[in-house]
Design a protein around this ligand. Structure first.
Ligand code: TNX
Length: 501
């Protein structure tokens, strides 16, 4: 039995389909690495109701899982399916990714479950492959964050950026400033579900992420997007800056204007600011970032820095310099949205996250260039390509349109290394943000993420010259994943761009 199209996204470096079929039956044994074996056994049972055994001998039809650094680059793996199966990871993450590939290849046919014979050798293009979840505008409970981690890890993403704070709500308990979780966490955009993570909740998310080889990148958005801070501690923030633009936006959306000290449930941006000239502000920021760094095993702390239009350029520069240095002193790598690149003395080594368009403005290009000159690297999130909160098309019920519309092909067809005029090694990777002003449930998130997230996964993982890379092949392969996504409870948008199985 030969498959016409390999049901694989992201596309591996090489994948050679061969004649032959290996049936999956409950006599197949899983051998080797115990953590990986337990994960594979659970996934197969969930998918097809067949429970494999982790013990037993290496007789025919065994699945062997092991780690051998010689087989591939970091996070890479080899996979052979013939009379038996062998997955060899270059490291634990590589083994995990090899298993994800094995699960994508598992098929149900008239003859039952099984695999076509195939040989795969694979490793990622970018070391940073991210998804961002805005838990400030819409609060996702711990179980749903874990579900998102499972979803993204299956597509070989390895970073989850959690946008933990914004004007509408503060989502993490901080011991030194307890009113944040008490008073500033009870609101969200449009009066949607609200809440916060206790420190134990946060540790649970970190641990779950680690078990899927996902690094958490927590963001505290500063010094703008801080209206919620003022609900808890009014002395830390300035009065909202109400411009004619803000008035017009609020009127058009039928929303109230922000009022100092009161929860804000509208969706306008760019009016709030911490008090830059007060020393108390830096005590607050230091406490928050210190507690956050203690909870965060990963190397990055994201300090926001976007749309700080309630802060003067001079104050913004003073703040970003001081706070980026503060993060460095905590032993973490600061990450900031690209506007922070306007700051001359941003701490050397600070990473930038580019959220401009595929055709960058001169100002944005200068900001990212400055970040790279200062020794930082970039995470690319071009809004008109991989902002997954942007509508697929004008008629799509969810999402925003300020960056146009983004269909699957648009999310797929751009080249990260030619977006900005920078050395290739300045690009750490790419990240797809999901802002949640229009998201009310995990199902809404699924609709916006899938299938576009698969396009981002392939851009992040697959080399541009990998065999079979390209839109025509991608749209055929992604359509083959529908049975797997359905089995995983993923409510993808069945866009007509894809031929779904
Ligand atoms: C811009 S992009 C924002 C967010 C919004 C998003 C909506 C960026 C760094 N900030 O505050 O949620 O647009 O698409």
């Amino acid at each position: 039995m030969v498959l016409p199209v390999l049901p694989l996204v992201p596309m591996p470096r090489t994948a050679d389909l061969q004649a032959g079929w290996l049936p999956l039956t409950d006599v197949v044994r899983v051998l080797g690495d115990t953590t990986a074996a337990a994960g594979l056994i659970t996934a197969i049972e969930h998918r097809c109701g067949i429970r494999l055994q982790a013990d037993g001998d290496a007789a025919t039809g065994g699945i062997t899982l092991r780690v051998d650094p010689r087989v591939a680059d970091a996070e890479g793996y080899t996979l052979q399916i013939a009379e038996s199966i062998e997955v060899v990871g270059a490291d634990a993450a590589g083994l995990y990714y090899g298993i994800q590939t094995l699960l994508q290849l598992l098929r149900e046919t008239d003859a039952g479950w099984g695999w076509s014979h195939v040989e795969v050798a694979d490793a990622p293009r970018f070391a940073y492959r991210g998804v961002m979840l805005d838990v400030a505008r819409h609060f996702f409970p711990v179980a749903e964050v874990k579900a998102v981690i499972d979803r993204i890890a299956a597509l070989k993403f390895n970073h989850l950026h959690l946008h933990l704070t914004d004007d509408q709500g503060w989502r993490l308990h901080i011991d030194a400033w307890p009113l944040l979780s008490e008073k500033a966490s009870t609101s969200s955009a449009n009066g949607d579900s609200a809440g916060f993570y206790s420190k134990d909740d946060f540790r649970e998310i970190v641990a779950h992420a680690a078990s899927r080889h996902v690094t958490l990148v927590p963001e505290i958005d500063l010094p703008g997007h801080t209206h919620a801070v003022g609900v808890a501690y009014p002395e830390l923030v300035e009065e909202p800056v109400i411009t004619d633009q803000l008035r017009a936006d609020a009127a058009q959306l039928g929303q109230e204007l922000p009022i100092m000290g009161e929860p804000y449930i509208g969706t306008s941006v760019g009016y709030s600011s911490l008090r830059i000239g007060e020393e108390r502000t830096y005590e607050f920021v230091r406490d928050v970032l210190t507690e956050l760094s203690e909870l965060t095993p990963g190397p990055y702390l994201h300090i926001g820095g976007d749309e700080s239009r309630g802060t003067t350029a001079e104050d913004f520069a003073f703040f970003v310099e001081r706070v980026s240095e503060m993060v460095m002193a905590l032993g973490k790598i600061p990450v900031a949205w690209h506007e922070a690149g306007a700051v001359e003395k941003i701490a050397p080594g600070t990473y930038g996250q580019y959220w401009g368009m595929l055709d960058p403005t001169d100002a944005h290009a200068a900001e990212v260039a400055h970040i790279v000159e200062q020794g930082g690297r970039l995470i690319l999130s071009p809004a008109d390509a991989i902002y997954l909160d942007i509508k697929y098309d004008e008629d799509f019920p969810l999402g925003l349109t300020w960056a146009g519309t983004v269909d699957v092909r648009r999310a797929y067809e751009w080249e990260p290394t030619s977006l900005l005029d920078l050395p290739a090694d300045a690009i750490a990777g790419i990240e797809a943000p999901l802002w949640t002003e229009t998201v009310h449930t995990l199902e809404d998130a699924d609709q916006l993420l899938y299938p576009r997230i698969a396009a981002v996964a392939e851009l992040a993982w697959s080399a541009p010259d990998a065999t079979g890379r390209g839109w025509g092949s991608f749209r055929a392969r992604v359509g083959q994943l529908a049975p797997l996504w359905r089995a995983d409870g993923i409510r993808f948008h069945p866009t007509a761009e894809i031929d779904w199985r």
